[in-house]
Design a protein around this ligand. Structure first.
Ligand code: ARG
Length: 594
């Protein structure tokens, strides 16, 4: 599909994707022409949505200031210079706005073009990146908490979207599989017996496993001595200790994998890149910092002071890279991680989908990596932060007993609740179909609730709201999709038979739906470049609403003519495809019936 305007300004060859993006592209040459050779003149058309027209370009205001001219005159000159016959009508309004209204034929042709496009109008990146996405990262022998759930869901969505747009995505699951607690965990494993321990861990009874190990460590001095000795053996590479450690890791990742499989996330064992994977690099990290002249001694530890970080008293804050007893803390592993991702993986972009509380830790790690020259523009590290999950009481989300909620229980409950709802609404479905649709809706509801709010904010976990069939929810979008599929079943038409139809846009609702469909490109692009899944969610919700308004106003089955019926079927089919693709990018399935 050709989305560029050539230098002769042959706009008619321009196929539109996102209306706002294309208005900017369509008007840019006219703005440049009016700006003339004025040095530094602003040529940004400043396109905004409008309720009077399809879009509004406000760039003439800033340009007029630079040219020292009247803004309405500048706007009029832009309109005269933009030869958009057959594409859009332009009108100067207010103090110098340009209202843009697309020609119906142009919209219809653009729709036909995205219908023929595998990417549904989305533009693949012209400069694909190698992006490492660090997400999920639960801790071995510990229950995954809802923060890990958020990271898993958000990270997986970003991985899907960036892959869709042609980037090379490398998923890394930086599990917590190393450190001092493994001494007590291994000793507890021995106390329990290997078979019993393996069983507890693989079914996800990690809370009690970890708690029991911690209790013994606190209460029993002999156990403490054994645990400390184990840490030494683990670090020294004692084969038997390593075997027991591997058992802990293996049984825990089995449990994590079962959660991933149920959630339908992309992570597999191939993506495991736990803390232990960087052990062999830790000494070198410290050596390289020393060679760069960045290392300082502070209270017997080796530290780096990145400028600009101070504690509450205003004293400089260090990043400890080797502690007093020669151990390497979390930050050193993360520095090794940066080196590995840049030097071995050759990544241009490092994304860390990690909760907001770790913001300072990551900022300091990035700062040290920059000082050492490991992280240099254009290579970029970004903390894709997210807020806490709260219960309906506004406090941190916990189970009734006050424990971390077990994720597999949470998933069970979502599916059970959704299946009950589906059974109530769709008694005609067989029990097997009901439970399959219930599974799709329940998992979709959890994921969508998480993805649809601005990730940096806290979000309240609320079963009623996430499972509602009305509002900005997964069930609403899944239902919109299933409804379109049922329309096709009723008319007995195969969707691909209407895929090359150029639709008629005779009513305001058909026109609005067309504009909504064409905005897919922009929504995906924004989600990808700003790592904001909720933008894609909001877009899909608006699309589904535009479809509902269209379906209420424009009869499909009883359309006045065959041509109109086919046209409306084509609009419905394209809507279903964009909904399904959009949900797929969020990691959410669609049911064929609901
Ligand atoms: N395992 C850590 C936790 O549970 C998260 C790891 C995040 N990734 C990283 N490279 N630091 O908090």
């Amino acid at each position: 599909m050709c989305r560029r305007i050539d230098s002769t300004g042959r706009y008619h060859r321009f196929v539109m994707a996102d209306p706002l993006v294309s208005v900017a592209a369509l008007l840019a040459p006219a703005f440049r022409q009016v700006a003339g050779p004025v040095a530094g003149a602003v040529v940004d058309p400043v396109v905004r949505p409008s309720d009077r027209a399809d879009a509004q370009a406000n760039g003439a205001l800033a340009l007029a200031k630079q040219l020292g001219r009247n803004p309405r005159d500048v706007a009029a000159d832009v309109v005269a210079a933009a030869r958009l016959d057959g594409v859009a009508t332009l009108e100067v309004a207010g103090p110098g706005f340009i209202n843009v209204t697309f020609a119906d034929d142009y919209l219809a042709a653009s729709l036909a073009a995205i219908a023929a496009d595998e990417l549904l109008g989305a533009s693949q990146s012209s400069s694909p990146l190698t992006a490492v996405i660090d997400y999920s990262h639960p801790n071995v022998a510990k229950e995954m908490h809802v923060g890990h759930l958020r990271s898993t869901i958000i990270g997986d969505c970003i991985a899907r979207v960036m892959t869709f747009l042609g980037h090379r995505v490398i998923r890394e699951n930086h599990i917590g599989d190393w450190g001092r607690p493994f001494g007590m965990l291994i000793e507890h494993l021995l106390d329990l017996g290997e078979a019993e321990a393996a069983h507890e861990l693989s079914v996800g009874d990690m809370n009690s496993f970890y708690r029991e190990a911690g209790r013994k460590f606190a209460a029993d001095e002999a156990f403490q001595v054994r645990a400390r000795q184990r840490v030494v053996e683990l670090q020294g590479g004692d084969p038997e200790t390593l075997r027991l450690w591997r058992l802990l890791v293996h049984e825990s990742t089995r449990y994590f994998n079962s959660v991933y499989a149920r959630l339908g996330v992309l992570l597999s064992d191939d993506d495991l890149m736990g803390e232990s994977a960087y052990n062999h690099m830790l000494g070198a990290v410290v050596d390289r910092l020393a060679a760069a002249g960045l290392l300082q001694r502070s209270d017997g530890a080796d530290v780096v002071f990145p400028p600009g970080f101070v504690n509450r008293e205003g004293d400089p804050l260090p990043v400890i890279v080797r502690n007093r007893v020669g151990g390497y803390p979390y930050a050193t592993t993360d520095l090794a991680c940066v080196i590995d991702r840049v030097e071995r993986v050759r990544a241009d972009l490092l994304l860390y989908v990690v909760g907001a509380p770790q913001a300072q830790h990551l900022e300091m790690v990035f700062a040290v990596a920059q000082m050492a020259g490991w992280l240099q523009a254009p290579t970029e590290a970004v903390h894709v932060a997210f807020g806490n999950v709260l219960g309906s009481d506004g406090k941190m989300f916990k189970s009734r007993s006050g424990d971390t909620v077990k994720l597999s229980d949470l998933i069970d409950e979502a599916v059970a609740r959704a299946t009950r709802q589906v059974a109530g609404k769709n008694p005609e479905l067989s029990p097997a179909e009901q439970s399959e649709v219930g599974r799709i809706v329940g998992i979709g509801a959890i994921k969508y609730a998480d993805l649809s709010t601005d990730r940096v904010k806290d979000y309240a976990f609320d079963w009623e709201r996430m499972l509602a069939f009305e509002g900005n929810t997964a069930p609403y979008l899944q239902y919109a999709y299933a409804r379109i599929r049922s329309i096709f079943r009723r008319v007995g038409v195969e969707p691909h038979h209407v895929r090359s139809v150029v639709p008629v846009l005779g009513t305001p609702q058909e026109r609005s739906l067309a504009l909504a469909l064409l905005a897919f490109d922009g929504a995906v692009a924004e989600t990808s470049t700003r790592y904001l899944p909720h933008r894609l969610c909001t877009y899909l919700f608006e699309l589904a609403q535009a479809f509902t308004a269209f379906y209420d106003a424009c009869p499909v089955l009883k359309a006045e003519t065959d041509e109109l019926r086919t046209s409306r079927l084509a609009l419905a089919d394209l809507t279903a495809r964009v909904l399904a693709k959009g949900l797929d990018l969020l990691g959410i399935d669609v049911p064929e019936r609901m």
